[in-house]
Design a protein around this ligand. Structure first.
Ligand code: SF4
Length: 478
């Protein structure tokens, strides 16, 4: 799983020194932040709405098995097909097979973090099926061969100049300066892709158990085209995206748009229930819902951290996080970045694969303050930090026992052979030089000695052995 190794410390250091990234990050996150603050302040019962949304998510996640079965029945009743994917490979296999069965040559996609998570584009490419991202931000990063750096604004790390150069180089067009000109080019290129695609792939912001409806929220209209023009529509949805009832949508749509972009409502909200019906004039002939687990049911096991699954992917925690605002999304090394990335990635990938991320926070709580479902980030981060320490200690204990035994055997052998002991003493005296401080102490020794010297210093090896010093003293005192 994962397209990068998580090297938060190293990558964030690089990001901090990238001037153009710093400029892009501040511009966009500031804009989102103030829009969100303004929009939420105009809703008099905002806090009550957040509390109610959290309560619904808590109930849904606690009873996920029940709601998932209900969702499956509802989708089937509406004429759709439901597929269960335990991991990324299985999800990709299912979707590529649907495309092959439908003799699909090209696919259009709307923005979906779940498809990023399973690296669906590379699976399509391996199967020689053309895949085109249709969200403008996703289209930009697909052209650049990069990955998203923000949940709702995938190309946030790129300046206008970066995009002008990219379009000119990859699409063979003149260097256009104005965003309107660049958007027009993308729109013209994408229009023909929609018309020729045999399959559209989307994610979903919500999946309603009661009716089998999936809800897709967007501002460009590309998701609506993706889900209605091609003859097959596949929606890949993480199992945590469920909400129980259709009436819950009014609450979630109210908090989502305001938290994400500060809009009262996103420009396009599509409610999709099954494939096209007889009376419909458009819509896909086939509708497939692929339900993705990929580590989510494991998260359910922990009462302390399971609230990470309440997330509705609004991006507000990223825009308000002092760490994200300085290091950007790519420093987090995988699909999910910012505070939500810091808690969800280690749980989806396994704590040993992302041990740095729970520490990528000052625990200031800004994320908790803005999260529309009130995820208690400081609590979850502290729990994950505890898990990281426990896991490291376990690994050290396993490796340490072997090293300890080997060290004691070696020590015994050397003290039983005087010549070897003296030789080792002399060698250690000279080899220690790179780590010897002016005060005669040792610091920053290599592993495993670093486990001591990372925290404190260590006495250096003396030039003479105890016996040699003893003899000298005896001679001096007669
Ligand atoms: S954790 Fe909360 S604030 Fe962050 S993306 Fe998810 S819902 Fe939005």
């Amino acid at each position: 799983m994962g397209y990068h190794q998580i090297r938060f410390e190293k990558d964030s250091d690089k990001a901090i020194h990238n001037e153009s990234l710093q400029k892009a990050l501040v511009n966009v996150t500031d804009r989102f932040r103030s829009a969100r603050n303004k929009a939420s302040s105009k809703v008099s019962d905002w806090e009550e709405l957040r509390t109610a949304a959290r309560k619904i998510k808590k109930d849904t996640i606690a009873n996920l098995d029940h709601y998932l079965v209900q969702l499956e029945e509802s989708v089937k009743r509406a004429g759709g097909k439901v597929h269960w994917a335990k991991d990324a490979d299985e999800a990709s296999r299912i979707i590529v097979n649907i495309a092959k069965d439908g003799k699909v040559k090209s696919v259009v996609k709307s923005k979906s973090m779940a498809t990023e998570e399973i690296e669906l584009n590379s699976s399509f490419e391996q199967a020689a099926i053309k895949v085109v991202e249709t969200d403008l931000g996703e289209y930009i990063i697909q052209l650049a061969g990069e990955h998203p750096s923000h949940i709702i604004a995938p190309a946030i790390h790129k300046t206008k100049d970066d995009i002008s150069k990219l379009f000119s180089e990859k699409l063979g067009i003149p260097y256009y300066e104005k965003p309107e000109e660049l958007t027009k080019v993308a729109r013209e290129k994408l229009r023909s892709e929609f018309l020729s695609a045999g399959m559209g792939v989307s994610g979903a912001n919500f999946a309603v158990a009661e009716t089998g409806t999936i809800v897709v929220v967007e501002n460009e209209g590309n998701a609506r085209l993706t889900t209605t023009v091609p003859k097959i529509h596949v929606a890949l949805v993480g199992i945590e995206k469920l909400i129980p009832r259709y009436e819950d949508l009014s609450l979630f749509l109210t908090i989502l748009a305001r938290s994400a972009t500060g809009q009262k409502s996103s420009t396009y909200v599509s409610f999709i229930t099954g494939p096209k019906r007889e009376a419909d004039i458009d819509g896909p002939e086939e509708f497939h819902l692929v339900l993705l687990d990929n580590g989510r049911s494991k998260i359910l096991e922990s009462e302390q951290t399971r609230e990470s699954l309440y997330c509705i992917r609004c991006g507000a925690c990223l825009n308000n996080c002092p760490v994200y605002r300085h290091v950007g999304g790519h420093s987090y090394g995988w699909v999910y970045s910012g505070p939500i990335g810091a808690i969800i990635t280690p749980q989806l990938m396994g704590i040993d694969k992302a041990p740095e991320l729970p520490f990528a926070s000052s625990l200031c709580g800004a994320c908790h303050d803005v999260c529309p479902v009130k995820i208690d980030f400081p609590k979850v981060l502290l729990e994950l930090r505890k898990n990281v320490i426990e896991s490291k200690e376990k690994n050290i204990r396993a490796g340490g026992a072997f090293l300890e035994k080997a060290g004691i055997k070696f020590w015994r052998f050397s003290v039983e052979h005087e010549t070897i002991y003296k030789l080792l003493n002399k060698l250690s005296y000279y080899f220690q030089t790179p780590w010897k401080q002016s005060n005669g102490k040792l610091r920053s020794l290599p592993y495993p000695f670093s486990r001591w010297t990372d925290e404190r210093d260590f006495p250096s090896v003396a030039k003479k052995t105890f016996r040699e010093r003893w003899k000298e003293l005896k001679d001096e005192t007669g």
